[in-house]
Design a protein around this ligand. Structure first.
Ligand code: GCU
Length: 435
């Protein structure tokens, strides 16, 4: 019986998708089946809270290997490692190793926003064993007489899609190119620099072109032979490649004299919101993270049958999960962790999780319940809990301040309101940490 005590929800045991990915030459058939399966899954998602199931969550403080709970903060680092190992194995796989060297070069820099900030185009190159891999970073840095905090946030459309600026070169992902400025509503760079924050962004495809063929062109190239980078190399996931990219950009930003290396925050939307959580779980140098509408395999609990299910991610977005995920995707009750444990990997560093009313696919309630359950570790490490345990009113930013959650009006997106709440959250969290 499946964990939700209903007939198996998804018919993919009958589909040929899993056999097709074993044969690279069957890719046309693969994509055809892929579209068919998506067309099935979207209209069949459950949005009835009474059918969500809400299976009980494992305690973050309990060692899943022994069933024993830790009783003092000194025991947390060892237990954290066990959780991290499980999350690596079942969800995202390992990040690539550090490159032998990394270097950056400013391609151009110019004054913007009435001279209050500079906009820069930077190439960041990683070198390993005679190979190199380059990502192009777009940065906005406010002028200040002191080092400023920074937000690192990868983008979907490519740098040229984030603004109208002909100096930013058009980038492509294979033959796919978005229009200049097509995604600019998500990027109010001026709002951020006016608030005193630098921003570093780059196309996610610079680190991993987001599909089943992406490995060959991804940053994994630096560490593996081409023949190892196939649709079957499922331990090498896009989410880990992006998380790795976030941290290489963080390291680069930390070298800028204008940036305060201790105040660099990871921000990501949707699949990049899943990535932001995984990024800071793997790299202790991040100040904190904002996981915007990240949903399934991100901040939403897998032990709920609401909106997108892990079973769907594992089946249709197989380059985001490892091969070990399947039995857990079919029966999430077996997972030794859940989204609250993933959030806990950041503790005690601050995490903000965001939802949108018209983004039920990402399961706002499942995200809130994960934040609520993650309080267990923050409290254990001496941090305050949320001021209320009830679901907050729409538009209300509930924060404690190491954990934050809100649901705003609107769709799956990044809006100026999201940036404003993000800044408010960071300000409060930094104030608390400075006490
Ligand atoms: C799809 C996918 C989500 C993902 C989203 C995105 O909707 O099902 O898991 O978060 O794409 O990244 O935009």
């Amino acid at each position: 019986m499946n964990p939700f005590e209903q007939e198996p929800f998804l018919p993919w045991e009958k589909t040929v998708l899993s056999t097709l990915i074993k044969e690279d030459e069957n890719l046309d058939a693969y994509w055809k089946q892929w579209s068919k399966d998506w067309e099935y899954i979207w209209p069949n998602a459950n949005y009835d809270e009474s059918k969500a199931g809400n299976l009980p969550l494992p305690s973050i403080l309990v060692n899943p290997e022994t069933g024993k709970a830790i009783t003092s903060p000194e025991e947390w680092p060892a237990l954290r490692q066990i959780h991290l190992k499980n999350i690596t194995k079942i969800f995202y796989g390992e990040l690539p190793p550090l490159p032998e060297a990394q270097e950056f070069k400013t391609i151009w820099s110019k004054d913007v926003f009435e001279g209050t900030a500079t906009e820069r185009l930077i190439s960041l190159t990683l070198h390993n064993k005679g190979k190199s891999h380059t990502a192009t970073i777009l940065a906005f840095i406010p002028k200040a007489d002191h080092p400023v905090p920074a937000i690192v946030a990868m983008n979907f459309p490519g740098n040229h899609g984030c603004l109208d600026d002909k100096d930013v070169p058009l980038s492509t992902w294979r033959d796919q190119q978005t229009n200049r400025g097509s995604g600019k509503s998500r990027w109010d760079f001026r709002l951020l620099t006016d608030a005193g924050f630098a921003v570093f962004t780059c196309a996610r495809y610079d680190f991993y072109p987001d599909d089943i063929l992406g490995r060959k062109e991804s940053v994994f190239r630096l560490f593996y032979d081409e023949k190892e980078l196939t649709p079957q190399s499922r331990n090498l996931t896009a989410i880990s490649a992006w998380a790795y990219g976030y941290s290489r950009i963080r390291e680069m930003a930390a070298e800028f004299p204008e940036i305060d290396a201790k105040r660099i925050w990871a921000h990501g939307h949707s699949r990049l919101g899943k990535t932001a959580l995984w990024t800071i779980a793997n790299d202790p140098e991040w100040a904190g993270a904002i996981s915007n509408c990240s949903g399934c395999e991100g901040a939403a609990l897998s032990r709920r049958r609401y909106g997108e299910l892990l079973e769907g991610v594992d089946h249709l977005l197989s380059w985001w999960t490892t091969p070990a995920c399947k039995p857990y995707a079919e029966n999430p009750a077996l997972l030794p962790f859940d989204a609250h444990t993933i959030i806990a990997m950041a503790a005690p560093r601050p995490i903000l999780v965001t939802s949108a009313k018209e983004d039920q696919w990402a399961d706002p309630m499942g995200q809130f319940l994960a934040v609520k359950a993650a309080q267990e570790i923050y409290q254990f490490l001496g941090r305050p809990t949320l001021p209320s345990q009830d679901y907050p009113k729409l538009q209300e930013l509930l924060m404690c301040p190491s954990l934050g959650y809100y649901e705003r009006y609107g769709i799956h997106d990044v809006t100026d309101q999201d940036w404003t709440y993000t800044l408010r959250f960071i300000e409060q969290a930094e104030k608390y940490n400075a006490q």
